[in-house]
Ligand binder design. Structure first.
Ligand SMILES: Cc1ncc(COP(=O)(O)O)c(C=O)c1O
Length: 416
């Protein structure tokens, strides 16, 4: 940082401030994580200098021999990790991975069927202000009102009636196991293609603690920066017969030059995830989520669908405080050093900007080495803050304890 401090003290200071913020708060945002020092180091290398339009062995520019070797390693590791026939590691993010699948598989005006955004889906699954919803016709499925879970019979009924060209399965805020095989059977019954978006649960799938969609779906997309614990980016896995179309959709269809520093960091994260220890890590993410969920339920908070099978949970704030919005709850918790996001809950009567829920996840806490004892303490703090009515004294008291816990469990990226 000393060079940066000289060149640009403002940015250097802000990076230091962010390091302090991450170190001294608890990250409960389910889509975030803390990467290893090896991933962090790789993402900050001079690979950022290199233009490598194209694919290994088929580049537009000269001087790509190291880029070729790096990208090939990333591809081979991704295929091995997920048991996939083909991998494209160039998507800059999860959204571009999804858009590339649409570009490869659909004509403009074709029909996509994805999960409703306000019940756990993602905006790249057909929101009307996202390119997915602007370019394609869209129809949605959701969760059942009584169980707040996906119901395959309902999805099948909708798919038969709506006749989508592509069924999209995957979520940003769904706390239960997804039956990818069941979804793939529906797609084959109605004769459409299927995309499984495992952006959130990729680490759980890679570790074998959540069923994999890879054997059942033509396309699987993911981000690398959530439970997979890698750099910010995306990946597309697909069947061999779609490889050429997918590669062309990413480049030159949707993107220009790949981010070689990020692709190298993806390769490092795949190697880390191939390590047998990663399975234990992923299992602990789930065990921690279950522990946090149980503690919150014991304190009287209702969780959407009654609990969790994965890395996240949705707290229905109305279950104890009718007037508390997700917006206010997230702000109060942040003042105490507990960072999470507001979230709609299924059939929410409040607009998304207010929301009646908060989404809590355990990947980042698990990456710091925390376990069930820490989950119990965190649940107690969440409870205290939510019941405090936004009292600043309560926030200060909890903040002190949060910082003490943070010091005991440093974030991994700062190790050398
Ligand atoms: C299910 C799902 N798909 C795709 C994305 C998009 O990822 P990105 O923000 O990298 O575009 C997300 C991000 O949260 C997600 O939850």
């Amino acid at each position: 940082m000393s060079v940066l401090t000289k060149t640009d003290p403002e940015i250097a200071q802000l990076i230091e401030a962010e390091k302090r913020r991450q170190s001294m708060t608890l990250e409960l945002i389910a889509s975030e994580n803390h990467v290893s020092a090896a991933v962090l180091q790789t993402a900050g290398t001079l690979l950022t200098d290199k233009y490598a339009e194209g694919y290994p062995g088929r580049r537009w520019y000269c001087g790509c021999e190291n880029a070729d070797a790096i990208e090939q390693l990333a591809i081979d590791r991704a295929k091995k990790l997920f048991g996939a026939e083909h991998a494209n590691v160039q998507p800059h993010c999860g959204t571009s991975a999804n858009l590339a699948v649409y570009l490869a598989a659909l004509k403009p005006g074709a029909k996509i069927m994805g999960m409703r955004l306000d019940q756990g889906g993602h905006l790249s699954h057909g929101l009307n202000i996202n390119l997915s919803g602007i370019t394609y016709r869209v129809t949605h499925y959701g969760v059942r009102r009584d169980t707040e879970m996906l119901d395959l019979d309902e999805v099948r009924w909708l798919a038969v009636n709506e006749k989508p060209d592509l069924l999209v399965v995957g979520a940003s805020a769904y706390p239960r196991t997804i039956d990818f095989k069941g979804f793939a059977e529906i797609a084959s019954e109605v004769g459409c293609l299927i995309l499984a978006d495992i952006a959130h649960i990729a680490g759980l799938v890679a570790a074998g603690v959540h069923p994999s969609p890879v054997p059942h779906c033509q396309f699987v997309t993911t981000t690398t920066h959530k439970t997979l614990c890698g750099p910010r980016g995306g990946v597309i896995l697909c069947k061999k017969d779609w490889a050429k179309k997918i590669d062309s959709a990413i480049f030159p269809g949707l993107q220009g030059g790949p981010l070689m520093h990020v692709i190298a960091a993806k390769a490092v994260c795949f190697l880390e995830a191939l390590n047998p220890e990663f399975e234990q890590y992923a299992a602990t993410i789930i065990a921690n989520a279950k522990a946090l969920a149980e503690q919150l339920i014991a304190k009287g908070w209702r969780l959407v669908s009654g609990g969790t099978d994965n890395h996240l949970m949705l707290v229905d704030l109305r279950s104890r405080l009718k007037d508390l919005t997700g917006h206010n709850a997230a702000l109060w918790l942040a003042r105490a050093g507990l960072i999470c996001n507001k979230n709609t809950i299924p059939f929410d009567t409040r607009p998304p900007i207010e929301s009646s829920g908060i989404r809590l996840g355990t990947p980042a806490l698990t990456s710091r080495g925390m376990g069930s004892n820490e989950m119990a303490r965190i649940a107690a703090w969440i409870d205290q803050i939510l019941l405090s009515g936004g009292d600043s004294g309560a926030a200060d008291r909890v903040r002190g304890q949060v910082e003490e816990l943070c010091r005991q469990f440093p974030i991994p990226g700062l190790e050398d």
